[in-house]
Design a protein around this ligand. Sequence first.
Ligand SMILES: Nc1ncnc2c1ncn2[C@@H]1O[C@H](COP(=O)(O)OP(=O)(O)OP(=O)(O)O)[C@@H](O)[C@H]1O
Ligand SMILES: [Mg+2]
Length: 296
Amino acid sequence: MKAVLQIENLTKNFGRLCAVNKMNLKVEAGQVFGMLGPNGSGKTTTLGMLMSVINPSSGSFKWFGEEATHETRKKIGAVLEHPIFYPYLTGQKNLELTAMIKGATKDQIAEVLQLVELTDRRNDKYKTYSLGMKQRLAIASALLNDPLVLILDEPTNGLDPMGIAEIRELIKKIASDGRTIILASHLLDEVQKVCTHFAVLKKGNMVYSGPVEDVNNGSETVEVNAEGDISEVLSAFDGVSAVNRENGFYEVKLKDGIKSKDLNKFLFEQGVTASHLVTKKRSLEKQFLEILAESK
Ligand SMILES: Nc1ncnc2c1ncn2[C@@H]1O[C@H](COP(=O)(O)OP(=O)(O)OP(=O)(O)O)[C@@H](O)[C@H]1O
Ligand SMILES: [Mg+2]
């Protein structure tokens, strides 16, 4: 099966500034793909190129194995930065206008309103909507012609915790129908909670890409202590990749797949009783910072 999106050497220069540098990326059907990066790393520029609103300086991309055309774009719904709706019209009316442009039916309007849980509020004016409701209306609008792919740029920006949770639930719900979602975010937490795959951008360079799961399963670090100097015993264990002394503890980095209980068993066999043994799972945040630091 063809990838939903294939990006090859995609580059965008703004004068001397390289906003996106030779990006290569593949997104497969059904993935919730996160583009994760700090402010100014090139996320919006990338999405803009993928939506054909920004011209690439070089490189290319294919949607569903084809060059981007009017036809391929019909299969993609997007919520980029600030969606424009008429403040004095109701949510329903605003969607009717979009539906007219996209050739969507009344039934489809009702369907997307239901999906984003705005059916009750459909006859209220847009300007009376909360930020979260506005964002949900924008998502509804992007879904009107039943696209195969949904693109979201910072979908939870500016929302309160409740609004954030609602949008994240909504994204998961949309993905559960098998739709492919590509979202840009500077929030690790967001990517970790809603994405299946992600790429990390740093100053226009893609410095990491892979399944979210792999990163979450990162190797373990264990804090150990015991009577006397045990650094040699620790280093003798096959499953250890590094030993450091930190805050009065030994910080032992284990190899992939090795668990703290394996270390404990080994120590016991060597006649060492650990007085302290605590697994410290590296958070995605720490790993993200490491990924960014490694690629300096
Ligand atoms: N139209 C433009 N003209 C000149 N420079 C631009 C333009 N658009 C973006 N840039 C620059 O390109 C770089 C990438 O910007 P971009 O908006 O893609 O980042 P981003 O990852 O979306 O950031 P944020 O998290 O703040 O939304 C930045 O340095 C930005 O200043
Ligand atoms: Mg942006």
